[in-house]
Every structure is written in C-alpha cells, then in structure tokens.
Ligand binder design. Structure first.
Ligand code: V47
Ligand code: SF4
Length: 364
C-alpha cells in the first residue's frame, strides 16, 4: 500500500533511500545518517514499516516464555546498571537449581522459551549452570533454553580456564539452545570505556556470537541506546552487527533497548523522547537487512510504545515474561508479566495479527 506520496520522501531528503528500500538494496552509513537527520520520524517509520511488511506482512509474533535471573551479583559494575550488587551487599541473591525450578513453577504455564541470565558472579562454576540447564530441560522437555549473554560466557571461560568454545560446547551438551542478545550495549570503545569498562570488548562479544553460530547455537543481538552515545555510534553498532551476520548468519532477532535512567550512576544530558526511540527502532530495521526479526520489548519500552514500535519496523512483541528485574530496577513501569490474552489484545489493538511462535521463532 502506498501510504505516502513519493514527493513526500523527496521533501524529506529521503528519495534515494526510498528507492533503495523499494529495490531491497542495502543502506550505507551515510544513508543511516540521513535517516537520523530527517525531521519527520513518520517518514523513517513508514520506510521501516515497508521493510517489516515485506518480511512479515502484518504479523506480530509473541511467545509464552519466562525470564529467570539466577544472580544479581556481578564483578563488572557497569555504570548504567541498576541491577548489579557486590558480593555480600544487601539485596544480592543467588538462586540454586531448585529455586530456579520453583520460579518457573510460579509462572503457572508451560513455557516454550526460558530466558536465564544473571550477573558475572565471581565464584559460580560451570557445573552449576550445566545442572540448571539439565534440570529445566527435564522439567520442560521441548522448551527452548535461551540463556547466558556472551559476556557471561566469556566470564565463565575465564573462571574455568577454558576457551569460550569449550564453554559453549559444554552448555550446548547440557541443553543450551540459544544465547540472548544482552551485553552488546554500544560497540564504540570510547563509549564502552565509560559505560562498561570491565565488560567484554565489542570484538569479544562478536567473537562469542560467531563461535556460537558455528556450533549451531542461534543468538539474538541488542543495542543499548539513549545514554551518552551519538547517532554515529548507533550506526556503527548496527553495521558491525550486520557485518557479523554476513559472516556467520546466526542472529535471529535484534532487540533495541532504550536506556532507563533510575538508580544508575551514569548521568545523561538529554533523555530520549518517545519519537527518538521509535526513529532509532525504525533505523535499526532498515540498516539490519539481514536480521529477520526486530523485537518491541514491551518490558523496557512500555506496552504503548511497544505497540507503536510494531508500526516502526518491529515485528515481535516478546512474551509473557512473568518476572523481570533488570529493567524494573532501572525504573521500567511496565507490569512484571502479561497473559496470552493481554499480548494478543495489545497486538490486535494496533492493527497487527498476533502469531504465537516458539523460542526459535517458528510459528505455532
Ligand atoms: O545487556 C541493563 C540492558 C540487557 C539497563 O535476547 C538496560 O531475547 C535499559 O538483553 N536500561 C539485558 N537497558 C536484557 C536483554 C534482553 C531482554 C529481553 C530479550 C532478550 C533476548 C534480551 O538490558 C543488558 C543491557 O543492555 N540494560 N540496564 C537500563 N538501565
Ligand atoms: Fe553486571 Fe550485566 Fe549489570 Fe554490567 S549490565 S553490571 S555485566 S549485571
């Protein structure tokens, strides 16, 4: 459907980009700069919606899933993070295997996807994680286990004195199916130095994902934006992800994460507006032409903004989640979880067709 006349894109300085989107051609860094510079976010959104519709029509995906955090104790101390605690600090926790299983029972559903992440704890060994994966797979055969960011994998490897490939192989043998996309933040080294100086570098993060892909483990990818990074840093991040996908092909979904500012040590000058968020999601959809899905993560975006994101390039609404800590410690005002009915009503409410998926994004 031709929503906007072509002279509209001409007037917005986007005629060349519109022609590339029509032809399914790759956008350059300079194209990305023009998209960010466009004064009309709706024009960028309409282009992203075109790219999204070509891939997924009017469908918006959701999943019956549950998040579990095994610990918030972390040695990294990222300056943006409201979730982390030092070992022994009040509010710090570690869940043992039975506590993880008990958490999953509180959801009252049979999850198709279980998302398990935590901080980089100084002493939990790999046998603890293998035991958790095996126990969850035994309790929910057929579930997709999407666990441990690349940063955690690199941390486990250091503690175990093993390579990341050995760690990934052991975890895969214990039931790991996918890696979530967290820990990517922003790849630019001068920004990483200020927001997460002790975390894996961009090169390490990308190498772990590409290694996972070579072992048949699919992964997601993220970008934390709206803090101290520039629009050029966002484009650099997206292009590095796109190049990585060209090399290894295993990224399933991109999750744009707008920075939530509460309880953070990171001071920012200008908070994001809702339109900045939507424009960034749209630019990501347009730049990441080789990543099939873009997630409107309702927990961090808020449900109404996540609905709007479905018209700005996103096609996935994540899922039931049940309990979420990382965003809520940082001021997320969304509910802890949503029911299937709430998810499908939200999706229908913005004119999309809800489609249930499994953890690998297969339609059910
Ligand atoms: O890596 C931390 C981000 C990520 C804040 O793969 C923050 O399907 C905003 O990656 N404001 C973890 N963001 C969440 C994540 C994720 C979530 C849902 C689905 C998937 C998936 C992945 O959250 C961290 C970091 O980038 N984060 N603190 C904050 N204050
Ligand atoms: Fe630790 Fe992750 Fe928080 Fe960084 S973002 S301090 S790695 S829990």
């Amino acid at each position: 459907m031709q929503l906007l006349k072509s002279d509209f894109y001409e007037n917005m300085g986007l005629a060349g980009i519109k022609a590339k989107v029509d032809a399914g051609e790759r956008l350059s860094f300079e194209d990305g700069k023009k998209l960010f510079a466009c004064p009309e976010p709706l024009a960028v959104g309409a282009l992203a919606n075109q790219a999204r519709s070509r891939l997924h029509g009017n469908k918006a995906f959701y999943v019956i899933n549950q998040h579990v955090n095994y610990t918030n104790v972390c040695v990294n101390g990222c300056t943006f993070c409201a979730y982390q605690r030092e070992e022994g600090q009040e509010g710090g926790f570690v869940l043992d295997r039975n506590a993880v299983l008990a958490k999953l029972q509180t959801g009252g559903l049979t999850p198709r996807e279980v998302h398990i992440v935590g901080g980089c704890h100084p002493r939990l060994d790999l046998a603890y994680f293998e035991d958790i994966l095996r126990a969850v797979k035994e309790q929910y055969p057929g579930v997709v286990l999407k666990c441990f960011t690349a940063v955690e994998i690199a941390h486990f490897a250091k503690l175990e004195n093993q390579t990341t490939r050995e760690v990934l192989t052991r975890l895969k043998n214990a039931g790991l199916d996918m890696l979530p996309g967290g820990g990517a933040e922003i790849f630019a080294p001068e920004i990483r130095q200020q927001i997460c100086p002790r975390k894996s570098t961009a090169e390490q993060w990308l190498a772990v994902h590409e290694e996972a892909h070579s072992l048949g483990i699919k992964t997601n990818c993220t970008m934390l934006f709206g803090h101290i990074e520039s629009e050029e840093d966002r484009l650099d991040h997206l292009i590095r992800l796109r190049e990585s996908q060209d090399r290894s092909g295993g990224y399933t979904c991109f999750i744009p994460l707008p920075f939530l500012t509460e309880n953070s040590q990171l001071a920012i000058e200008k908070p994001l507006t809702g339109l900045d968020e939507l424009k960034t999601i749209a630019v990501a959809r347009l730049m990441l032409d080789n990543v099939p899905h873009v997630k409107a993560y309702w927990v961090m975006l808020g449900t109404k903004q996540a609905q709007a994101a479905l018209k700005f390039g996103a096609d996935d609404f994540d899922g039931t989640v049940v309990e979420e800590k990382i965003g809520h410690e940082a001021g997320a005002t969304s509910e802890q979880g949503m029911t299937r009915r709430e998810l499908t009503d939200m999706i229908r409410g913005c004119g999309c067709t809800p489609v249930e998926r499994d953890g690998f994004f297969n339609e059910i």
